[in-house]
Design a protein around this ligand. Structure first.
Ligand SMILES: Nc1ncnc2c1ncn2[C@@H]1O[C@H](COP(=O)(O)OP(=O)(O)OP(=O)(O)O)[C@@H](O)[C@H]1O
Length: 307
């Protein structure tokens, strides 16, 4: 597999009037990786994608996409090798799925010969592709949007909130296609707010806030960097034992009536605490709960806000 970066950005910046959308951003994407771009609304994710697509021009920095400056003269050829699924994909309601895909194939300058296979690949049955888009469910529209993004076998794929509104089965199907593409060497940049569903899907996560990259790494790396306390969920035999444990750790009393107490615990003190708890006869169960991805994400954003 070719390891030349698909995207290389150095000190990238974009302003809209006085408003900072992307600031001093460095980013490298290589073939065969799926990178998740996460951040609050207005963090600059779409602005970054627009720069990489050559839809807007940077104010500062260097940017190379598939070996070209996306704002340069040779960019049209480069764009043919990029697929883009916008958050709100524009599909003409009066067209059938087939007609719509043919239309986008012509726009992109690729042959529509493989369109039927492409529709089958994204799970849009032949009969459905002959229906008008106005009759489509959200899942069908999203699958057609993905087929549009896959036209011309792109080497680089931008997916903006691709799973919003999809049921769990469709989401799984969607990620199966993403994994297949990644294994074929396609670079995938996926914008998402749904961090929990990225576990096992994204090789790397880039966290953006107010136009800046504030953290980057695999989910495990981000977990380690955040170093948030884990939590021990302890189940006790009696309400009295639960009350005593709460008092010992200065915690609020359990409210679910199941004698379960959640004790936050620093990684370095975990084993000591577990040993003490196991020595007590009143403990009937013990579970170690890791900080959720949403908590890790909130940690990086709050750290930046404080700075
Ligand atoms: N065309 C534009 N004109 C003026 N300001 C803009 C324009 N596009 C984006 N912005 C501003 O740039 C900042 C970054 O916006 P952007 O759409 O890139 O964020 P985002 O992370 O994609 O948000 P979301 O998750 O809501 O899609 C915001 O403050 C936004 O208001």
């Amino acid at each position: 597999m070719n390891d030349q970066p698909t995207v290389e950005a150095r000190g990238l910046a974009k302003h809209y009037g006085g408003k900072r959308a992307v600031h001093n951003l460095d980013l490298t994407l290589i073939p065969g990786e799926c990178v998740a771009l996460v951040g609050h609304n207005g963090a600059g994710k779409s602005s970054l994608i627009k720069l990489m697509l050559g839809l807007t021009y940077r104010d500062a920095g260097q940017l190379s996409v598939l070996g070209h400056d996306p704002a340069g003269r040779a960019a049209a050829g480069m764009r043919r090798r990029i697929g883009f699924l916008p958050e709100n994909v524009a599909l003409h309601p009066g067209m059938t799925g087939h007609e719509c895909l043919d239309f986008y194939a012509r726009l992109k300058g690729v042959t529509p010969a493989g369109n039927a296979a492409l529709l089958a690949r994204v799970g849009l049955p032949e009969a459905a592709s002959r229906q008008r888009i106005s009759t489509y469910s959200k899942g069908m529209r999203q699958r057609l949007g993905l087929a549009q993004a896959l036209l011309g076998d792109p080497r680089l794929l931008f997916l903006d909130e691709p799973t919003t509104g999809l049921d769990p089965a469709l989401r799984q199907g969607f990620y199966a296609i993403v994994r297949e593409l990644r294994d074929q060497g396609v670079t995938i940049l996926l914008c998402s707010h749904a961090l929990t569903e990225l576990e096992g899907q994204a090789d790397r996560v880039v966290v953006m806030n107010r136009g800046c990259k504030v953290a980057e790494g695999s989910l495990d790396t981000l977990r380690m960097l955040a170093d948030l306390p884990q939590r021990l969920t302890v189940t006790l035999q009696t309400a009295e034992a639960a009350t005593r444990l709460c008092a010992l750790h200065r915690l609020a009393l359990p409210v679910d009536g199941r004698h379960r107490v959640n004790i936050p615990c620093e990684r370095s003190r975990k084993l000591e605490l577990i040993r003490t708890l196991l020595a007590s006869d009143s403990v009937t169960d013990l579970e170690l709960v890791q900080p959720s991805l949403d908590e890790i994400y909130a940690h990086f954003l709050s750290r930046e806000d404080a700075a």
